[in-house]
Design a protein around this ligand. Sequence first.
Ligand code: MTE
Ligand code: MO
Length: 318
Amino acid sequence: MLIKNTRSKPDFNCPEYEITDESAFINRRQLIKGMAASGALSSLPILAGKASPYSTSEQKTSEYSITHYNNFYEFSLSKEEPAKKAKNFVTNNWQVAVEGEVESPGVYDFEDILKWVQQEERIYRLRCVEAWSMVVPWYGFELRQLIKRLKPTSKAKYVQFETLYDPERMPGQRRGVFNFSSLDWPYVEGLRMDEAMNPLTLMVTGLYGKNIPPQNGAPLRLIVPWKYGFKSIKSIVKIKFVEKQPVNTWQKTAPKEYGFYANVNPDVPHPRWSQAKERRILSESLFSGTRRIKTEFLNGYAEHVAHLYKGMDLSRHF
Ligand SMILES: Nc1nc2c(c(=O)[nH]1)N[C@H]1C(S)=C(S)[C@@H](COP(=O)(O)O)O[C@H]1N2
Ligand SMILES: [Mo]
């Protein structure tokens, strides 16, 4: 189910994107030869831009599992329910407020933000703190493109994000009979400025060649692939540049169990369970289509981001 949206679909030349690196390389060489002959070399960067050095070549999780096994507490506490309960979540005329230590504060139309940035497909791992993981062909843009455009001031040390608060449209935000609601809304997350500026940090608008479905965080969500899934906040309506480290929702809910950094780390156990292994969900079956594998430090992205945490005690800054 795809929400009807005025914005154009991601324009992949090959939506399946199934070609291997090797065949892409061969095709590219043949193309270069062909283009050199025809004198059309100038069109090459379009092709080169498609093979992101950040993408993994691991087997992708099925589109069905990615869109039917979700964590989205604004809709439900169960993982099967968000797909059903978010089905009619309409994201037309979405706006994003930009606040705080920034030269260009304001309320921006999502459609306009898309005009400022360059979008591309990247295949990233998503690793939940509950020890399941997926490999997802995301589509979106580097957060740093947006940050550069908004021009934070020198006081901005962190970026804070907020999800929509609208109990009418998000049933998980309504209070029950005991006036109890699962989390303190709105859902808040944050990154240190250098983490936000890292090229791996994506603002996601699509997956599997389609607009991102509501249960995965339409129309705009964060993906920080070296951190546990809860950092990757969905359905963003506010971006605030701040001086002090924000308190994120899970840290506020259970400070002994969840910290600000939430870097994937097999050597730092969660207080109630080991984090050394994960269950990779691949096919549509959550029972047979999974594989138990070792979790990698920084979710396998250490070469790109380990330098951000040099000299920090990662068991203390969990
Ligand atoms: N606003 C909001 N963002 C959220 C969550 C949530 O409940 N609300 N869940 C987080 C968690 S715990 C995970 S693992 C990922 C799941 O993303 P997915 O459903 O696209 O796989 O979203 C994260 N972003
Ligand atoms: Mo998660």
